[in-house]
Design a protein around this ligand. Structure first.
Ligand SMILES: C[S@@+](CC[C@H](N)C(=O)[O-])C[C@H]1O[C@@H](n2cnc3c(N)ncnc32)[C@H](O)[C@@H]1O
Length: 228
């Protein structure tokens, strides 16, 4: 009993340290991670894939190189191959288990998977199109929040899109769907133009401005073409 009482007092006195360490550990583990969950399925965005293939044009013959950033267990890459038959497709993910599953399922010599870190992404660059679908967000953690800064700050989104934008060829596409922020609010956007599509919106994930405040007006754009 005496031991348990001592343990209780110790825990009560040190709870602050445990909290700080838990936050540090969390940051170390998830610092580069955007969306935490891995939900995906085959042909998840048929209209978006159709619009992207129209924007690239002649996809039956064009040997384009595509990056699926946040490819999860590979379904997105396998689906993209149907819309871009002549493409070489690279799937990148930060979750090694997802990559193992994706590699195990893959039978196409035109599809490969890499661990998502700047060096690997750069090695396989440049890309004719980068797909960031349901990855540049924290969903549903940010659902209905008035401000998402504590969970998923704009700076994190801004930094990643800047790094990815630099890996796209001139005339190439940046496709961002189901993100917490608008690409138009980033500095990288100045090198891009909006590709008009038939898509009704840029996804269901709630949007925030560059100050992390919730915005409720519709946002429709999700395909951008690099100008320079
Ligand atoms: C919800 S899944 C989306 C999968 C697929 N893009 C789709 O829309 O069906 C989000 C994926 O993004 C991955 N992810 C999160 N942060 C990442 C990062 N920094 N680099 C690459 N992948 C990341 C997660 O591991 C997860 O597999």
């Amino acid at each position: 009993m005496e031991f348990l009482e001592k343990l209780r007092k110790y825990l009560v006195n040190h709870i602050g340290i445990f909290r700080v360490n838990a936050v540090r550990m969390y940051r170390r583990l998830f610092n580069d991670q955007h969306q935490l969950t891995s939900k995906t399925y085959s042909d998840r965005y048929p209209l978006l894939f159709t619009e992207a293939s129209k924007a690239i044009g002649d996809t039956d013959k064009k040997p384009v190189k595509l990056l699926s950033f946040g490819c999860s267990t590979g379904e997105e890459c396998f689906s993209l191959k149907k819309y871009f038959p002549a493409a070489r497709i690279i799937g990148a993910d930060i979750n090694r288990l997802n990559l193992l599953i994706a590699k195990h399922r893959n039978s196409s010599p035109d599809i490969s998977f890499i661990y998502s870190k700047p060096k690997n992404l750069l090695q396989a660059a440049p890309y004719d199109a980068i797909f960031c679908l349901s990855v540049l967000c924290r969903w549903e953690d940010t659902k209905d929040l008035p401000n998402c800064g504590a969970i998923y700050p704009f700076d994190k989104f801004d930094k990643t899109v800047q790094e990815l934008a630099a890996l796209i060829v001139k005339g190439g596409l940046f496709i961002i769907y189901n993100s917490n922020f608008r690409f138009e609010d980033t500095a990288a956007f100045r090198d891009f133009e909006i590709v008009r599509t038939n898509l009704p919106n840029s996804g269901f994930v709630h949007k925030f401005d560059r100050f992390n405040n919730r915005i409720t007006e519709d946002h429709v754009h999700c395909i951008y073409r690099k100008l320079t």
